[in-house]
Design a protein around this ligand. Structure first.
Ligand code: SF4
Length: 454
């Protein structure tokens, strides 16, 4: 889970544009943020741990000048949450200096590290991509094409080198990437919501396997590697990760999530007094559930939107407050039969605490409805879901999960129902964490910290 952004706009404040682009992509990663600029071919980067507004202020932004900028927000999937792993990273190779931001996870990072054959500054899998491009003696376009051909797994990338900007998606297109225009100036971003925020108009999606190069002559693109079948856009983007106002493959995410809720209501109806979401990602599906059943929608759980990933540990006595740091129920849940709609259950611990909190607040019944099928297998393509052993549904029946979370009833949407709600064919989506059918080979060792020094 990361967000990437890139822009070429000579004469404009490209760092500031990137800052606001990253703001719109903050939901894709809250561990670190960074911006790199290219001014007459010279690269400068600022990156640090924290949220976008924690990393940048007026002073740092005004020091970042150039014609091009790229930005990155990070949620770690390979490599720990350390400064060295913040992006855009800079890598000086035999041929060139490369600034690079990566969303996704490679499944052959180990082999590529050996191929690069030198120590790297970071423990993430992203620096190998930068190193391959930076060490290649050929012109930039050929160097990137040759690098793309060696990548296996998920790689949505933006970069700067040789006074140019580049952006590409792996041959499956696991993670999204769109092109927009700010006037005539090209913009690339993980999600269309970032284009909206900076005032750019949506042009099109980058195709799986496509390389986009932006230089002084404008934007041109080539199909650098063949697209794999219909691609494999991550279905998790539809029900959880992407922002609801984003359009994925032409489908607005909010609408897809409302349809998931409607379908869930048709598949697993229940008599109840109120439908409430686990905010925010459960909200559209709860709206759909309420709309389809006529059961009133309630914001019964209030979320503290300012509790992000804090580096400050709660005081010891606050620990048992646990989930109340994030959610607090309204008094209206007392005595009611509730339908609680969430987008997914992975470990189950949050759901269990919320169910308990609602019963403590006086709920008569708590029926949990989930707008994704059971998550049963890890993701190797850029979402840090958990290991299979930690997944509550991996080796349990629905009834066993219900008992574990303490709900009155529990139902998940069917895979077919979820699929239909996306308006995308099954052949165009990755659904491996729900089916165990991976589109690529799976790495033997996918531990997140495998490149950390021991
Ligand atoms: S395994 Fe799951 S989370 Fe990972 S890319 Fe595939 S659908 Fe998305």
């Amino acid at each position: 889970m990361c967000g990437v952004f890139g822009v070429r706009a000579p004469g404009r404040d490209v760092a500031r544009l990137s800052y606001f682009g990253l703001y719109a992509l903050q939901h894709r990663g809250q561990e670190s943020a960074g911006i790199a600029v290219s001014e007459n071919g010279r690269l400068t980067a600022v990156r640090d741990l924290g949220l976008v507004p924690q990393v940048f202020d007026e002073r740092t932004l005004s020091g970042l000048r150039g014609e091009y900028a790229i930005g990155h927000t990070r949620y770690s999937t390979t490599g720990g949450n350390a400064w060295e792993n913040a992006q855009p990273l800079l890598h000086r190779g035999r041929k060139r200096l490369v600034a690079l931001g990566h969303n996704g996870n490679l499944v052959n990072a180990e082999a590529l590290r050996e191929l690069v054959g030198k120590p790297l500054a970071s423990t993430s899998d992203s620096e190998v991509i930068a190193a391959l491009i930076a060490d290649d003696e050929r012109p930039l376009e050929q160097a990137i094409v040759a690098t793309m051909a060696q990548l296996e797994g998920a790689a949505t990338v933006v970069g700067l080198a040789d006074g140019k900007m580049f952006a590409f998606r792996d041959s499956f297109g696991f993670r999204p990437l769109v092109i927009g225009r700010l006037g005539d100036d090209p913009v690339v971003a993980s999600e269309s919501c970032a284009l909206d925020l900076v005032g750019a108009t949506f042009e099109r999606e980058v195709r799986p396997g496509e390389l986009v190069l932006v230089d002084d002559d404008g934007l041109h693109s080539i199909q650098a590697v063949d697209q794999e079948k219909n691609g494999a856009l991550c279905i998790f983007e539809f029900f959880y990760l992407a922002r609801p106002d984003t359009r994925l493959a032409g489908v607005e995410v909010h609408g897809a999530r409302v349809r998931m809720g409607e379908r869930l209501a048709a598949e697993s109806p229940v008599e109840a007094d109120l439908v409430l979401p686990i905010p925010d990602s459960g909200t559209p599906a709860a709206i759909g559930f309420a709309r389809a059943t006529g059961i009133p929608f309630s914001e019964g759980l209030i979320k503290n939107r300012y509790v992000g990933r804090t580096f400050i540990q709660p005081e010891q006595g606050m620990r048992e407050q646990g989930i109340r740091m994030k959610f607090n129920p309204l008094a209206e849940v007392a005595g009611k039969r509730l339908v609680v709609v969430d987008d997914s259950i992975v470990r189950g611990s949050t759901t269990r605490q919320i169910v308990q909190m609602l019963f403590d607040a006086g709920a008569a019944e708590v029926h949990v409805r989930v707008s994704s099928p059971p998550v049963i297998s890890p993701c190797y393509y850029g979402i840090d879901l958990a290991s299979e052993d930690e997944m509550i549904a991996a080796h349990s029946t629905v009834e066993e999960v219900r008992v574990a979370i303490g709900a009155t009833s529990l139902a998940y949407i069917s895979l077919e129902g979820l699929q239909a709600a996306t308006h995308r064919p099954a052949s165009a989506l990755c659904r491996a964490c729900l089916t165990r059918e991976y589109p690529t080979r799976v790495p033997a060792d996918a531990a997140k910290l495998r490149f950390e020094p021991v």
